[in-house]
Design a protein around this ligand. Structure first.
Ligand SMILES: [Zn+2]
Length: 462
């Protein structure tokens, strides 16, 4: 063990699920170097030696990647550089390239001046206290020294071939794709060239300034161009990716958005047909319709905490072949590796639709009709947010309300349900409600507002 220069990360960048900061303000090249040196410790402790590194298309990513690789190598780690591509391609390297860890340089869907890192150790998400420990290692400068080998591999074709291997459609479709100038662009060009059907590509040129729109398919305004093109091309559906390709957005032929839970009902129905009884996981924000549908078709629904790292861990623990989040992270362990890969989810969706006589629009119309709010996010201080949720939970428990409290509180009434949880990544509270009809929804919203009022919080109107 050698004690090289210690390094202090800005306290805001070591987050629950990843490392993320703003260039020149909270994140710089010295942080990437120190991350490489610090991450080498848990890799070496576990008897590991080799780490894969990938990067997205942000303007700051090449420099961060260079320093990260240098930090790993000077700590004695052999580095496999896989270059520019989506985050799931880095996960693919982690699963198949014989490495002990993997780090993606990516700012995901965030603005151009943001960037960060997603980390895997021995095939598992590296998050929570593991990330905090990197801060401790760096602060003490307890690094190791060595001379790791650095090699490069071109993985894009192998990754795209693996995606195509599981395409099982029979009917060719017309699909509009929007890569949002994110890191999926080149993979998408190669994928679409080999899939049957007609494919119209939007914003497939990787450009870290994101000139067309923000690459976040949970924001409805980012899907306008996709919706318009689906209509103009008379396409069967449209598919969008976030900046690093671990989240998907889908619109049907009528231009309607399928939210993460609605998409999951389509994917789950197909999966349970081949794997009766299978456990299917969705996060606490998902519609009751999804959980009820999974049970109705003979699957085993499991509601779990929000967060891609947490969901992946729960899948590994339960052996669930499919999981999904409202945010558009979709995880397949059925025929695949159990990580969130939006391109893979797209291939499976096209297979389902290509084997079905029904359109996506009609599958969507067959779902039980409910009314719900979008996800409402409103500011609440980090020091206060968890306490507010705990107070609400304690009052409801006293009142003997029917609720799940695995992640915030999700309360069921005869009208439907409402959710209140604290974000793990931002100083915000998150709320959502869903009912069978509008009057029921108003009652749920009133109950939620009243509960927040008892803790001195006035949410914005929703
Ligand atoms: Zn992402």
């Amino acid at each position: 063990m050698s004690s090289a220069a210690a390094h202090r990360f800005d306290a805001t960048i070591l987050r629950e699920y990843d490392i993320r900061g703003i260039l020149g303000r909270t994140l710089g090249e010295a942080d990437a170097r120190a991350l490489g040196r610090a991450f080498a410790i848990p890799v070496l402790e576990g008897g590991g030696k080799r780490v894969a590194v990938g990067r997205d298309g942000r303007l700051s990513s090449p420099a961060l990647e260079r320093e990260l690789v240098a930090g790993l190598a000077e700590s004695g780690i052999d580095v496999l550089r896989i270059g520019l591509g989506p985050t799931p391609m880095l996960y693919f390297a982690s699963a198949t390239a014989g490495v002990d860890g993997a780090i993606m340089v990516t700012g995901s869907h965030n603005p151009p001046d943001h960037n960060g890192f997603k980390i895997v150790l021995r095939g598992k998400s590296f998050y929570g206290p593991d990330i905090q420990r990197l801060g401790t290692i760096a602060a003490t400068g307890a690094f190791r020294s060595g001379a790791g080998k650095v090699t490069s591999a071109e993985l894009l074709d192998a990754y795209v071939a693996r995606l195509l291997q599981d395409y099982d459609g029979k009917r060719a479709l017309t699909v509009v794709w929007d890569a949002g100038n994110g890191a999926t662009g080149e993979a998408l060009v190669r994928l679409a060239a080999k899939l049957p059907g007609r494919h119209v590509l939007l914003n497939e040129k990787i450009d870290g300034t994101f000139p067309a729109h923000h690459p976040d398919p949970t924001e409805p305004e980012t899907l306008r161009q996709l919706q318009a093109t689906v209509a103009a091309e008379h396409a069967d559906l449209g598919i969008a990716f976030d900046g690093d390709g671990d989240r998907i957005g889908v619109v049907d032929a009528k231009g309607r958005i399928l939210w993460g839970d609605q998409l999951m009902t389509v994917l789950a129905a197909d999966l349970v047909r081949t794997r009766p009884g299978a456990t299917i996981i969705a996060d606490v924000k998902a519609s009751q319709v999804l959980f009820d549908e999974i049970a109705r078709i003979g699957g085993t629904p499991l509601m779990w905490r929000t967060g891609h790292s947490i969901i992946k861990s729960k899948m590994a623990e339960t052996g669930a072949p499919l999981a999904g989040e409202m945010s558009g992270h979709i995880f397949y362990a059925d025929r695949y590796y159990g990580y969130d890969d939006a391109l893979y989810a797209a291939v499976r969706l096209l297979g389902i639709l290509g084997r079905s006589s029904e359109t996506l629009a009609s599958l969507r119309d067959r779902l039980p009709q409910v009314v719900n709010t979008p996800e409402l996010r409103f500011p609440c201080a980090d020091e206060r947010k968890f306490a507010v949720v705990a107070e609400v939970r304690d009052r409801l428990r006293q009142a003997k309300a029917e609720m799940a409290d695995i992640d915030g509180v999700r309360v069921r009434t005869k009208d439907g349900w409402w959710l209140l949880r604290a974000s793990n990544t931002q100083a915000v509270l998150v709320a959502r409600a869903e009912a069978r009809d509008q009057q029921g929804l108003e009652r749920l919203k009133s109950a939620l507002v009243a509960e927040l009022g008892r803790s001195g919080i006035t949410p914005p109107k929703f």
